[in-house]
Design a protein around this ligand. Structure first.
Ligand code: ADP
Ligand code: CA
Ligand code: CA
Ligand code: CA
Ligand code: CA
Length: 414
């Protein structure tokens, strides 16, 4: 008789997690989904059919999560656990450990979720990290300022989406930025804020992300991606270009450093997304996630390299060889990019013009708006100020720049 299909547990399938459901279906897996809310509120109608079992459980309560997973596993065994969300990487690792399934080591998952711990582990192994100090209250700011110096960057210890991350010039600025951070428990997905923050040396240099995966102890670098940022003191990601044009020796230095970081942190399987700045002393890590890259980067990588990191994610978490079950496809073009739309100076969105014409451009694969007429326009402090995006492919770096300029002027907000 044919073997029973393998079963994958997906925790909180919002955003990039939804794309994991499609990948699981492609690989012939059954899916069990755990979410804090009902399916019709967290999964778009089109994706609901891809779920075999849906369980509502308090995903922020480790005991509830463990009990629900053990129950499901006892009835019909699971083969793997994943989450598409940065906030549940550690929960997925703990469940995998509990059920004896392939997963990230629990210490690794904890280190990639906690920026202080991540820095400490890397520094101990002799890998370059920025000077840093953890603060838990205003009383810690003097010591942190002395240890790190100015300019510095203040950020939550376990945040995401550049929320409450800012460049700070002096002691007074540090205190006011910290007070804002400590007063605003406004992380995406409503994670509780405990006031723990990191003060870091401001790294000077262009920023890149590095995407790849680990399979049976081997680190594969798939892409070095150029990150386009908005005006400081905030760090809004305004675009990503796969791939970055780099001199071979620079690319090699970035790849080597990233492989060392991934190995040092013990990332044992599946995709990673590292962010770094290329300083005068070489690449220096900002952070690394043991998960798919967000911001549609996984899709850009698929367009420009043919590697599907979402299939790699699913395959590796159920113990399959990712390259054997989902071989690399032929790239669509050598470059793929996303550009995010913003409307600086606008407080309420009136009209949006030019979307349809841009969507008809032959190199554009997708245009999407997140906000519409009448919606308030958030301040340009973090990714929430982005109004929508366009994804396109290009034949050269110059072509990419041309298309990006075209996209930016094609859509008009008033
Ligand atoms: P998040 O987890 O919210 O994405 P990050 O630590 O990645 O927070 O910081 C967000 C952005 O802020 C980075 O992509 C980078 O542009 C900028 N940034 C963070 N830390 C530093 C630093 N030490 N030096 C320079 N820029 C930084
Ligand atoms: Ca992050
Ligand atoms: Ca980041
Ligand atoms: Ca990012
Ligand atoms: Ca494997």
């Amino acid at each position: 008789p044919p073997a029973a299909p393998q079963r994958l547990l997906v925790i909180e399938p919002m955003s990039s997690g939804l794309t994991l459901l499609g990948a699981a279906r492609d690989l012939g897996l059954e899916t069990v989904v755990f979410s804090h809310d009902a399916a019709d509120r967290v999964v778009p109608a089109a994706a609901r059919g891809e779920i075999d079992t849906f369980v509502v459980v308090d995903t922020n309560d480790p005991d509830a999560l463990a009990e629900a997973a053990a129950g499901v596993h006892a009835r019909t065994p699971l083969d793997g656990v994943v989450s598409g969300s940065e906030f549940y990487v550690d929960a997925a690792a703990r469940l995998a450990h509990l059920l004896g399934l392939p997963g990230q080591p629990v210490e690794t998952a904890e280190a990639v979720r906690d920026k202080t711990l991540m820095r400490a582990v890397l520094a101990k192994a002799g890998l370059r990290v920025p000077r840093y100090a953890e603060v838990a209250g205003v009383d810690d700011l003097d010591a942190a300022a002395r240890a790190v110096g100015f300019p510095c960057v203040l950020k939550p210890a376990a945040g995401s989406g550049s929320i409450q991350v800012s460049r700070v010039e002096d002691r007074a600025g540090l205190e006011s930025a910290y007070r804002v951070l400590a007063d605003h428990a406004d992380f995406v997905f409503d994670q509780p804020e405990d006031g723990r923050a990191l003060v870091e040396q401001y790294l000077v240099g262009p920023e890149f992300s590095v995407e790849g995966y680990v399979d049976r102890g081997r680190v594969t670098i798939v892409s070095v991606t150029r990150k386009l940022l908005g005006a400081e003191p905030y760090f809004v990601e305004l675009g990503h270009v796969v791939r970055a044009d780099l001199a071979p020796e620079v690319r090699e230095a970035i790849e080597e450093y990233t492989s060392a970081v991934v190995t040092c942190l013990g990332i044992a399987l599946g995709p990673f997304h590292a962010e770094l700045r290329l300083t005068d002393e070489g690449p220096v890590l900002i952070e690394v996630g043991a998960r798919l890259a967000g911001d549609r980067i996984a899709e850009l990588i698929h367009l420009a390299t043919g590697v599907s990191l979402r299939h790699v994610m699913v395959a590796s978490h159920v113990g399959l060889d990712p390259e054997a079950v989902w071989p690399r496809a032929r790239p669509v073009a050598p470059y793929a990019a996303v550009h995010f739309f913003t409307a600086p100076g606008l407080t309420t969105l009136g009209r949006i013009d030019g979307v349809d014409a841009l969507a008809r451009h032959p190199r554009v694969t997708e245009v999407r708006m997140y906000l519409g007429p009448g919606d308030p326009v958030p301040e340009a402090r973090d990714l929430r100020c982005r109004l929508g995006h366009v994804i396109f492919t290009a034949d050269s770096a110059e072509h990419e720049a041309e298309l990006r300029a075209l996209a930016a002027s094609a859509v008009r907000f008033s």
